[in-house]
Design a protein around this ligand. Structure first.
Ligand code: 2NL
Length: 370
């Protein structure tokens, strides 16, 4: 007869008539308790208190039934021994079940699961191979960003960062970008409110740095930027820029050309040729676009460079005197150059990637190649 059935019947019905019989019956109960306490499979998917409640709950538990059916109805001569056995059992259950519950929880840890799974209370089998966690790798954008930072650190530049949520003042006004400029339109810019935007370039950090450190200043600013662009192979609403700024006495366009030529050769390889063509930006005067010879066809003409042999990689120029003034620097004493480039675009050119979206899709088939 199962223990559940036995505790529902009075002692006389179970044929227990003397002290020895009482002790044997209680011994049987202890064995059942011991066995159940070790049965992790039975308890692991149940609420944490299930084992304890089954034995000790005030109503209908094993002990409550023993009290009801064995102790309270015991023949007079057995009352003392049933009472003693009952009290001893209750104490034991109180002492042991909490320990057993803790053991069951422990057996649930992945550490315990390295055994056969058949008996989770057994020690783990240390001869089994360990879990193999595959190593991650540096994201290609981070990798390219660090490579660029290293080149400029080597030239004595410092790395500066700033907020991605910016004021309209730092993002546009301080950069000499007129009120009417199309880039301010909410077709192009993501506005948080009328005075706050997600920065559309890293330039606001340059203004902040001019205010903070003054001149001379040699910094590069890498970071995330945001534009209200529809995602396609060459556009992403979040992308990465790096800008550079050098402000000192007697800084000229020749310093800009020499620095960017050195940078391009370090990044793309010594054989790269660099070309400057006139352009316009509100924050630089004069302004230029920088082209590098196509690394795919070495300037011969291919689909990547649209048969031109050249790839446009960045914008640059001499910092507009009004922008220096806005940063608290006297344009009559100091001059400076600046450039801005897309880190994502550089990574695409360097690794021959034709879709910017690949950087942001977290597809391990792509990322694990780096
Ligand atoms: C581009 C053009 C450029 C700058 C960024 C800059 C910043 C300050 C003052 C002057 Cl605070 N200039 N930045 C200058 C020229 C070009 O970026 O097409 N980037 C991808």
């Amino acid at each position: 007869m199962a223990i559940d059935d036995k505790v529902g019947k009075p002692l006389t019905e179970l044929g227990v008539t003397d002290g020895t019989g009482v002790q044997a019956l209680f011994a049987e109960v202890r064995v059942a308790m011991e066995t159940e306490s070790k049965d992790c499979e039975r308890w692991r998917n149940q609420p944490p208190n299930a084992l304890r409640n089954r034995w000790l709950a005030r109503h209908n538990s094993i002990l409550a039934q023993i009290d009801e059916h064995w102790r309270k109805t015991a023949p007079k001569e057995l009352v003392p021994i049933v009472g003693r056995e009952f009290n001893a059992l209750k104490k034991e259950a109180n002492d042991k079940l909490d320990v057993a519950i803790a053991e069951i929880k422990k057996a649930e840890s992945p550490w315990a699961r390295s055994g056969t799974g058949a008996d989770r209370t057994q020690a783990p089998d240390l001869t089994l191979p360990g879990y193999c966690r595959s190593l991650g790798s540096i994201h290609p954008i981070t990798r390219v960003q660090r490579e660029m930072e290293d080149i400029f650190l080597g030239l004595g530049f410092a790395i500066e960062t700033g907020p991605e949520v910016e004021t309209v003042y730092y993002n546009f006004d301080a950069l000499n970008i007129p009120e009417s400029h199309p880039s301010r339109d909410d077709w192009d810019t993501l506005y948080v409110d009328a005075q706050t935007v997600l920065r559309t370039h890293t330039s606001p950090v340059q203004i902040r740095a001019m205010e903070k450190y003054g001149a001379p200043l040699y910094i590069v600013i890498p970071g995330k930027c945001y534009r209200n662009d529809k995602p396609d192979a060459s556009h992403s609403p979040m992308f990465h820029q790096m800008e550079g700024l050098a402000v000192d006495v007697d800084i000229t366009f020749a310093d800009l050309k020499g620095t960017l030529d050195f940078f391009a050769k370090q990044f793309f390889g010594e054989s790269v040729r660099v070309s400057f063509r006139p352009s316009f930006f509100p924050f630089t005067e004069p302004s230029g676009e920088v082209y590098v010879s196509c690394s795919i066809c070495d300037g011969q003409g291919c689909s990547v460079c649209k048969q031109s042999g050249w790839i446009e990689v960045m914008g640059c120029g001499m910092v507009h005197p009004q922008v220096l003034r806005n940063g608290g620097i006297d344009p009559d004493r100091y001059s400076g150059w600046a450039f801005g480039l897309g880190i994502d675009r550089f990574a695409m050119i360097k690794y021959g990637i034709d879709d910017i979206q690949l950087f942001f899709q977290s597809d391990l088939r792509f990322l694990s190649q780096f």
